[in-house]
Design a protein around this ligand. Structure first.
Ligand code: HXC
Length: 257
């Protein structure tokens, strides 16, 4: 597919999606959301891909939903077009997704990062939900995902005040899994994604589905999902291979099924 707002590339078993609207700090308009969703779905349909990385530029992962595109819309337009609906398709991919964040991840940019499974941050990264300054609220999952990531009082402070936080604070409160020097972000994302992608794809998908269930369900329901996903893996070639490799004291050769 020919994309205009993103760059898409496969390196080994890793699929890369680079947000590429440099003149708008990667603001997320409808075209970006459609293209990111389509690219992620294409990677997700490909058993040759075991991890996806979403990355922006040095200056901005994404400075938010496109304010200029939204400004003149009415409430019924926002509702009827499900303005951010394509992002639900992105959030639903089964393959692990890493956000590699450098520079601004604000509003929808922070929310896009939170749709990913892991957030790696350059030490230059800035996160925040500044929608309150625009007379609106987070609309791409921020009110729900931030609270699950950092707890209710931190999330409330950030969403109600619009205060921006630097990478170190984001790591301290649990929004970011690791902060790395900006010059190492690409290498660190590559290493992490390559490591993940080398595992059994079936078990990666089971792990992601179970982690997602933990965000949505009660403990009892989540434990039931875990029990089911765990048991199901015992009919896979990769479980037999992984355990045989352990017994034979050699690395596993997963066939990703
Ligand atoms: C549209 C944007 C944009 C955005 C930046 N630009 N952010 N366009 N939507 N979210 C554009 C600017 O208009 C400008 O275009 C160009 O990108 C460069 O931005 P500058 O502001 O000149 O850069 P700088 O001075 O370095 O400031 C960077 C910044 C600032 C601090 C990140 O751009 C900023 O505050 N952006 C908005 C952040 C924000 O509020 N995000 C939340 C969006 S709402 P021109 O053409 O002038 O050069 C959101 C809501 C989700 O995400 C759901 C709610 C409904």
């Amino acid at each position: 597919a020919a994309y205009e707002t993103i760059l898409v590339e496969q390196r080994g078993r890793v699929g890369w999606i680079t947000l590429n609207r440099p003149n708008a700090l990667n603001a997320l308009n409808a075209q970006v959301s459609e293209e990111v969703a389509a690219a992620a779905e294409a990677f997700d349909a490909d058993d040759g891909i075991g991890a996806i990385v979403v990355i922006g530029s040095e200056k901005a992962f994404a400075a938010g939903a496109d304010i200029k595109e939204m400004e003149s819309k009415t409430a019924s337009e926002m509702r009827e077009t499900d303005h951010f609906g394509a992002w639900d398709r992105f959030a639903a991919v089964r393959t692990p997704v890493i956000a590699a964040v450098s520079g601004y991840a604000l509003g929808g940019g922070c929310e896009l990062a939170m749709m990913c499974d892991i957030i790696l941050a350059a030490d230059t990264a800035t996160f925040g939900q500044p929608e309150i300054n625009l007379g609106v609220i987070p609309g791409m999952g921020g009110t729900q995902r931030l609270i699950r990531a950092v707890g209710s009082y931190k999330a409330a402070e950030l969403i109600l005040s619009g205060r921006l936080i630097k990478a170190e604070e984001a790591e301290r409160i649990g929004l970011v899994s690791r902060v790395v020097p900006a010059s190492d972000l690409l290498d660190e994302a590559t290493t992490l994604a390559t490591t993940i992608a080398s595992k059994s794809l079936t078990s990666l998908r089971a792990a992601k589905a179970t982690l997602d269930a933990a965000m949505q369900l009660s403990l009892a329901e989540g434990l039931a999902v875990e029990k089911r996903e765990f048991a199901a893996l015992f009919d896979t070639a990769d479980q037999k291979e992984g355990m045989a490799a352990f017994r034979e004291k050699r690395p596993p050769h997963f066939v990703h099924r």
